[in-house]
Design a protein around this ligand. Structure first.
Ligand SMILES: [Zn+2]
Ligand SMILES: [Zn+2]
Length: 831
């Protein structure tokens, strides 16, 4: 039987997908004795069809998982759906359909598309967060965390999105607008539930040092977001009153240069300390600031403005009284709502001092030994650390040491203390929306907020809720849901009507995959021992400070609960770039440049799309969709197909003949083994699938150059064909599987390439492919040349004659004879 001449992806892809599935080769746990690898991609939010961003992240993860499986690891590569949350609810409001119904449909479509791309997921472990069997464990974690004080109720100033009609996280506010719907976000004080993530701040920070295989920019963003700053609190006593202004500073080493202090206009002391003569002006300024929003007031470009209160406060280090001002750039809720101003060493203070004619005093000199002449010579503040000057007993100390000593001094004298401050805030997670996990709390008149007992979990979302997107939470309008009895006293009580932030769902799903059907616990800790941490996590860099921080937090909670044992949830993080439209702009309906995976699979087949995604650039780089490149990759696969077809007579070549391969066919063998090495490197080192695919293209080109004539030639060609099919397998698995079966024939009938071992290369064949050849003239060594190992006499002679040293010995002489020993020597006999 001879193979089909044409490459027709649609006639092969579905067939292999079925074979893989029925053989169960993607199920984790098939190789209990082997080392494990857990490859995970961030699970999708199934709103509408798959988009190209999904196509990219799952293709990257799948290529890697397929490779690792062929390397002999026991591979866990699961998938699920992040199905609760606002987008589905907002879509439901728009088209009047229930989010559950819509989500179910989307998942069916999504699953089919993923299967059509040939992704080797362990579908038996699929997790859907909208399933009560999943979110009951969110509720279980809530109760456990409530018991441990990690969950608490607070009166919070919350970001209220006027469009979504709910509280959203700080991280979702961009320029005072909602990241999702772009409506204005306003501040609202409401009771809310929060996770005490700040209790883990130091551990989350320390853990970043161990994440050596995460991109630096992600760990840097987390470090900044956690935002630890060491500093000191110092009290400035207000003259003529018993009050003190508490300031926080990270630069207590500059305090001898403090020439004024500034309160936020909202600071409670403002009214108290303002001198009667200054009252009218101060009140007017405060009133104006109340009306201006915080971002506008404190923005980089906002002009610095303020007014003097008429009061003075005493710098406890110098005993000097300095004026007390209020200014737009200090906010009551940040730090202590008061700052000490050191114009010589802080640029904002410098500009303010210049504007209002306040004194400037230099107290830090460069550690280089240069001296700043005086404040008048300063064009800007000098903000670097240095050596203290004009700083009383601390003069001469380097900044870092001075900070330690000076904050200790404040503590000793009772006017301050060393302090650590964090940018990180607790995670307020209650939402006034429907499509989320119900918070398992019952409010009793007598007993207050009582957690739902474990045996009564899950608290299921009532399907009959009316979702309008406005007014009180939808659950409040479902009496059958709201009205219940108190678990303590049995009297009538009301259920919490708020639901959890969707980021709760994605904080621990990677662990639920370990035993997704477990009805007695969130997951099996023994499975966690086997599979965690995730070895490679693939997803978008936009999750740097939300999901990727939350799941590190949740992992720590699970460790406290004895469920997991590793420090961190994921060892290596791969952040993939964006797939832009053909015009280089972000794909958007607005630009009409959206290309979706589904239609591309129908047009070209899955393998071409996968190759395009992997070949266009390394995973972390952005790529632009290109019809030409996609066509080119389809043609490449067709070209691969044709060379297999054209070399069918090699399929039966005896392997024993390989050792006799010589000349161009020995060179082909070397190229085959070097290609194995290059493709292996593309997986083992930095992920550079593009260079691996490029190496395969070169090998295919080389095959086109050769016409095998002997058994030895054909054996070398067969070896190359088997390598091409095998190495292509993680990238274009369907074509690879088909071609491999063509070459191997009946010997492979019951085998699958996707479960075969990854090929090893022969180091001898990969070794440097050039040799050093000695050049003699009349038997005397006159030089040497580097030549290809397969180079013939003509090539070597030409190289030798071009050598400068050899040239001088040949000049003016007649070459009578040339003796050539391949790979060793060339001797010119001259007279
Ligand atoms: Zn919104
Ligand atoms: Zn009660």
């Amino acid at each position: 039987m001879s193979m089909n001449e044409r490459y027709e992806p649609h006639s092969i892809e579905a067939r292999w997908q079925e074979r893989w599935a029925s053989a169960g080769i993607f199920q984790a746990g098939r190789r209990p004795g082997a080392e494990k690898r857990y490859v995970l991609e961030m699970f999708p939010y199934p709103s509408g069809a798959m988009h190209m961003g999904h196509g990219r992240v799952y293709t990257i993860g799948d290529a890697l998982a397929r490779y690792l499986r062929m390397r002999g690891y026991d591979v866990l590569h699961p998938i699920g759906f992040d199905a609760l949350g606002l987008p589905a609810e907002n879509a439901a409001i728009k088209d009047g359909r229930h989010p559950a119904e819509r989500t179910r449909e989307n998942i069916v479509a999504f699953r089919a598309e993923m299967k059509s791309l040939g992704y080797g997921f362990d579908w038996d472990r699929e997790v859907v967060t909208a399933d009560p069997e999943y979110y009951r464990w969110n509720q279980w974690f809530f109760v456990k965390m409530l018991e441990r004080g990690i969950v608490y109720r607070r009166q919070g100033k919350a970001n209220w999105c006027t469009g979504c009609q709910t509280v959203i996280a700080n991280e979702q506010v961009v320029d005072d607008r909602c990241e999702r719907c772009e409506s204005p976000v306003v501040e609202k004080v409401i009771p809310e539930w929060a996770f005490r993530i700040t209790a883990f701040a130091q551990d989350l920070l320390d853990g970043l040092d161990g994440l050596k295989e995460w991109p630096d920019r992600i760990t840097t963003m987390q470090r900044n977001w956690i935002g630890r700053s060491e500093g000191a609190e110092v009290d400035f006593a207000v003259q003529g009153s018993g009050d003190a202004i508490k300031v926080f500073t990270t630069r207590v080493d500059t305090i001898y240069g403090c020439t004024y202090v500034v309160l936020a206009p909202e600071h409670p002391l403002v009214a108290k300390v303002t001198a009667p003569a200054r009252k009218a002006e101060v009140d007017a300024f405060v009133a104006r600031m109340r009306k201006t929003d915080a971002a506008e007031r404190t923005g980089e470009s906002a002009p610095k403005e303020g007014v003097f209160t008429g009061a003075h406060a005493v710098n406890p280090y110098t005993g000097e009284a300095v004026p007390v001002w209020i200014a737009n750039f200090v906010l009551a809720e940040y730090g202590t709502g008061a700052v000490m101003s050191v114009p010589a060493h802080d640029q904002r203070d410098f500009e303010f001092a210049k504007k209002y004619g306040l004194p400037i005093r230099v107290v830090i000199q460069p550690s280089t030994g240069d001296r700043i002449p005086g404040p008048d010579a300063l064009a800007a503040a000098t903000t670097e650390d240095g050596v203290l000057d004009a700083s009383g007993p601390f003069s001469g100390l380097p900044s870092a040491e001075a900070r330690r000593r000076m904050s200790a001094h404040a503590k000793e004298k009772g006017f301050g203390q060393p302090t650590v401050r964090w940018h990180l805030r607790d995670w307020g997670f209650s939402r006034q929306r429907y499509w989320g996990t119900p918070i398992p709390i019952i409010y009793c008149e007598e007993h207050g907020a009582v957690p739902v007992p474990e045996k009564d979990l899950p608290v299921v979302l009532p399907p009959q809720a009316i979702i309008t997107g406005t007014g009180e939470p939808p659950l409040a309008k479902v009496p059958e849901f709201v009205n219940t009895t108190c678990p303590v006293c049995g009297k009538p009580a009301r259920r919490e009507v708020e639901t959890m932030d969707t980021f709760v769902d994605s904080s621990w799903y990677y662990a639920r995959y370990l035993s997704p059907k477990d009805a007695t616990r969130p997951f099996d800790p023994e499975a966690a021992r086997r599979w965690l941490p995730v070895d490679v996590y693939v997803g978008g860099p936009e999750h740097a400070v939300m999901h990727l921080l939350y799941f590190r937090f949740w992992h720590r909670v699970m460790r406290q609960l004895g469920l997991v044992f590793e420090d961190e949830p994921a060892r290596r993080l791969v952040t993939q770039g964006i797939v832009n439209g053909p015009d280089g702009r972000k794909m958007s309906k607005r630009w009409g440049n959206v290309v979706a995976p589904g239609p591309m699979v129908r047009k070209y087949g899955a393998d071409t799309l996968r190759l395009f995604i992997l070949f266009a650039a390394p995973p972390e780089k952005d790529i632009d969709w290109s019809d030409e490149q996609v066509d080119g990759l389809f043609r490449f696969l067709a070209r691969v197909w044709r060379i297999f077809h054209a070399r069918q007579e090699s399929f039966a070549a005896p392997e024993a003949a390989l050792a006799q391969a010589s000349g161009d066919f020995l060179e082909l063998r070397r190229r085959t083994h070097r290609t194995i090495q290059r493709v292996t490197d593309a997986f083992e080192k930095e992920l550079k699938f593009n260079t691996g695919i490029a190496a395969l293209m070169e090998l295919v080109n080389a095959l086109y150059q050769l016409e095998p004539r002997s058994d030895a030639d054909r054996a070398a060609v067969r070896e190359a064909l088997v390598a091409v099919a095998t190495l292509l397998s993680p990238f274009a698995p369907h074509a690879a599987e088909e071609l491999w079966h063509e070459v191997l024939g009946p010997a492979a009938r019951d085998r699958l390439l996707a479960a075969e071992p990854w090929p090893a290369f022969d180091p001898a064949l990969v070794a440097a492919d050039t040799v050093t050849i000695a050049v003699q003239v009349n038997g005397k060594l006159r030089g040497e040349v580097q030549a290809a190992i397969s180079a013939g006499e003509a090539d070597v002679r030409a190289l030798a004659e071009a050598d400068e040293k050899v040239k001088t010995h040949l000049a003016g002489k007649t070459i009578r004879k040339v003796v050539f020993v391949p790979k060793r020597l060339v001797n010119f006999v001259v007279g």
